[in-house]
Design a protein around this ligand. Structure first.
Ligand SMILES: Cc1ncc(COP(=O)(O)O)c(C=O)c1O
Length: 494
């Protein structure tokens, strides 16, 4: 039958629509697979960080989106020419900054499959297996961390978002009816206070800002010589606030602080929280991973007493960004605040469908559990623990090199994978000069493109901070890094 005019018009209009042809997609997919494998295999020979100045990359790209289709070959060419050389390679074995990159082969595979599936784990119905795998993986992780069975887990993207939800639950527990009434314009709610050590992470303030509690209502408490929260000072701060008519709401204790990985005395803090009826949130975003080692369980002592705890498998459990697990004994509070189901998302109320959208502000949720499942299965608990143990060994070894050198000194105890130290310039004993020297040293080291470090400040002293957390980092990489650090410091003395 000859085509009608209308059928011909539709054919002309839809020609070239749809996705890339299947054979072309397959070809590119194979190329990407090789690219990823080459990237991982050759990553150590790349400069770990770029030399670009701000704006350089953006200025080399067109200011408007292309009007006409471009080929994947052209896109890949720009990727290799412009984007890749101007990245910091977090997976590089001599990337020793922040908390190490936890990219791993099974994690990459999981991310690739999740991208292909692109399902949303917002309700059980929107993808039953995505929801149930999340529940299973969270239970596995809970078991590996040694947390009691009455802790329920929820996956968020980051620890910053997890603490936001934990403090929202704490606020809900105070029966302020904020969900319905908000906080603005209310004279019946006193200022609500949150306490954390002077070493705790800035995400606490961000959560307070977002929840309308106010940045100034986060009270920082002094730490001891090992950077652990001073419980007597905490008690005094809480009691002072109570006397002043404020409402102490929550304490955030940290297991593995960002600068030094110090561990707060959680058990004592938990006792105080119980006495004063405060919510206890434990930020174990980094340090929680230590609980996988029998010899690391000490770090989690008392954590079972908490109301909520966050652990980031994307920090030290080899799951790529992003995956943050919040555990709480009071998931009912999260549901009380956040469960809100429009008709189109309603499931079968009698079927006990788990809808993770009920525990937070996010509706669409990535299938994050898949990569964690693949990572945990690939390495097993023993394999994960062995790698964490090795990182701790490497950090202690590095610290012993620092201690053995006259011109260097440690600035904090080494408890996990982080070493904070200082180079001591020959003739410059004054703190300011030592601080400038060490700040400049980190810049110089990073400019070599061979090692990447960060610096931090500890009681007015600028510390060079080295973190071992990358699955590819070996003793040889650390030796290289130490050689570079020493030779740059020597060169600065000349
Ligand atoms: C102790 C601690 N808590 C929380 C965070 C925030 O983590 P995220 O990037 O997952 O929000 C960090 C980040 O480094 C951290 O070190």
């Amino acid at each position: 039958m000859p085509k009608t005019k209308e059928a011909e018009d539709i054919e002309t209009r839809t020609e070239g629509l749809g996705d890339l042809p299947a054979d072309e997609f397959r070809r590119h997919l194979h190329a990407v697979a090789d690219w990823v494998a080459d990237y991982r295999e050759g990553i150590a020979s790349r400069p770990v960080s770029p030399t670009a100045s701000p704006g350089e990359v953006a200025n080399s790209l067109p200011a408007v989106a292309p009007e006409q289709p471009e080929t994947m070959d052209a896109i890949f060419a720009d990727l290799n020419r412009l984007i890749i050389p101007n990245l910091v390679h977090w997976g590089h074995p001599q990337f020793l900054a922040y908390f190490g990159s936890t990219t791993t082969a099974p994690g990459i595979l999981g991310e690739m499959i999740a991208a292909a599936l692109n399902v949303s784990a917002m309700t059980w119905r929107t993808s039953p297996a995505a929801t149930e795998l999340e529940t299973v993986v969270l239970e596995w992780l809970r078991g590996m961390l040694g947390l009691p069975a009455d802790f329920k887990g929820i996956v968020y993207d980051t620890a910053s978002v997890a603490i936001l939800h934990a403090l929202a639950a704490a606020r809900e527990r105070a029966n302020t009816d904020v969900r319905a009434l908000g906080l603005a314009g209310r004279g019946d709610v006193p200022a609500m206070r949150i306490y954390a050590s002077d070493q705790a992470h800035s995400s606490i303030e961000k959560a307070a800002i977002t929840l309308g509690l106010g940045e100034r209502n986060v009270r920082r408490v002094v730490t001891d010589e090992d950077f652990r929260l001073n419980v007597e000072a905490l008690r005094a701060a809480v009691d002072e606030d109570l006397q002043n008519g404020l409402r102490p709401l929550a304490v955030v204790a940290t297991v593995g602080t960002t600068s030094t990985t110090s561990v707060d005395p959680v058990l004592e803090i938990a006792r105080l929280c119980r006495e004063r009826d405060l919510w206890l949130h434990v930020d174990a975003a980094y340090g929680g991973a230590l609980a996988l080692l029998p010899e690391g369980r000490w770090a989690m002592e008392g954590v079972g007493e908490a109301d909520s705890i966050v652990v980031n498998p994307h920090k030290w459990l080899f799951v790529p960004l992003d995956f943050s697990a919040l555990y709480t004994r009071r998931p009912d509070l999260l549901r009380r605040i956040f469960a809100l189901t429009p008709e189109y998302l309603r499931g079968d109320a009698s079927a006990h469908e788990e809808n993770y959208m009920d525990y937070g502000i996010q509706l669409g949720r990535r299938f994050r559990a898949l990569k964690a499942w693949m990572v945990f299965r690939t390495f097993g608990r023993e394999g994960l623990a062995a790698r964490i143990r090795e990182h701790c060994r490497l950090a202690r070894l590095f610290a012993s090199w620092v201690e053995a050198e006259d011109n260097f000194r440690l600035l904090a105890p080494v408890t996990m994978g982080v070493v904070c130290f200082q180079a001591m310039p020959n003739s410059q004993h004054e703190t300011t000069l030592a601080n400038e020297f060490n700040a400049a040293l980190v810049e110089r080291i990073n400019r070599t493109g061979k090692v990447y470090l960060t610096r931090t400040e500890l009681r007015g002293q600028t510390a060079v901070r080295l973190a071992v957390g990358n699955i590819l980092t070996t003793e040889d990489h650390l030796k290289n890094a130490w050689d570079i650090i020493r030779s740059e410091a020597e060169r600065m003395q000349k």
